[in-house]
Design a protein around this ligand. Structure first.
Ligand code: SF4
Length: 291
């Protein structure tokens, strides 16, 4: 059977805010450095909706930060975007706006909500798992597709099984676990996981498909044509549009209306890719080898 084509034409990976109510040890250092400090003058939600409408394309807008729910007017933003477009959200699910979100936003145009469980921060802030699960179930009960996501930060590996058990007991069925990418105690991950840890990780990844290629070393995409820049883009917190999370080639600015897409796929220039899921989705070579 041929899968149905996606109902959107363009995809945007939008880092929409540097606000965050958490302070995770494993946050990407470049993001952690600016969180709650720089570029906190986010655009008006209505302006952003207008800019996506002006592309003349149906878009899928992936939203991450920072914490997306802290974007001023986030629920209005999502309600506005889902009138013509599709959204997905990566959230820590630790803000009081979830009830308002389910009242105003169309679940049929919300492709996925990834509820990232930052267990250390929840404990530090006295939030626990019960509220986290309550919000997941509220969203799911209203028709939203939600996956819980656990970051396999090396210091958390010893408690992973107990945390997963608790989530299952509380009624969360889908938990994905993803490898940590970054430096800890002078060692670069995911390369630094031991053989035993790798096996453990692969056993507990749930439906997260990218741990194996990250652990084995991602395939090379350099030189292969890729539709990033033509039909998929990265948008920074200032509205600058880039080719993807890895390649900083510029395509104007979404907020000021100067964004323009490229016409034809160009070869990938990256030596080392940062977000494998983007390469696997947009590289024309990856597409050929999977068809
Ligand atoms: S293959 Fe990956 S890193 Fe290269 S341009 Fe495409 S999305 Fe970016």
């Amino acid at each position: 059977m041929t899968p149905e084509p996606a109902p959107w034409e363009w995809e945007f990976d939008w880092h929409l805010t540097n606000r965050c109510n958490f302070d995770c040890a494993y946050c990407h250092p470049q993001i952690k450095h600016v969180l709650n400090r720089k570029h906190l003058n986010e655009p008006d939600p209505a302006l952003v909706v207008q800019r996506f409408d002006e592309t003349g394309r149906v878009c899928l807008v992936h939203m991450s930060g920072g914490e997306p729910f802290l974007f001023p007017g986030f629920v209005d933003l999502c309600a506005g975007l889902t009138r013509q477009h599709y959204i997905s959200i990566n959230t820590n699910l630790a803000t009081p706006d979830v009830a308002e979100f389910v009242r105003q936003v169309d679940p049929d145009r919300t492709v996925k909500i990834v509820a990232a469980l930052h267990v250390g921060e929840r404990e530090r802030l006295g939030l626990g798992l019960v509220d986290f699960v309550r919000d997941i179930q509220l969203l799911q009960g209203c028709g939203f597709d939600v996956d819980a996501l656990y970051v396999l930060y090396p210091p958390l590996l010893d408690r992973l099984v107990a945390d997963l058990d608790q989530l299952y007991e509380l009624g969360v069925e889908q938990v994905r676990a993803k490898v940590f990418k970054g430096v800890l105690n002078g060692r670069r991950y995911p390369e630094a996981y031991t053989e035993e840890e790798r096996e453990f990780i692969l056993t507990h990844s749930g439906q997260y498909p990218f741990n194996k290629p990250y652990l084995e070393g991602p395939p090379a995409f350099r030189g292969s044509p890729c539709t990033a820049g033509v039909s998929s883009f990265k948008v920074t917190v200032t509205g600058d549009v880039r080719r993807c999370a890895t390649v900083p080639a510029k395509y104007g600015n979404l907020y000021d209306g100067t964004f323009t897409a490229a016409d034809t796929p160009e070869p990938c220039p990256a030596e080392r890719v940062l977000v494998l899921s983007q390469c696997l989705a947009y590289s024309l070579v990856a597409e050929e080898s999977s068809s």
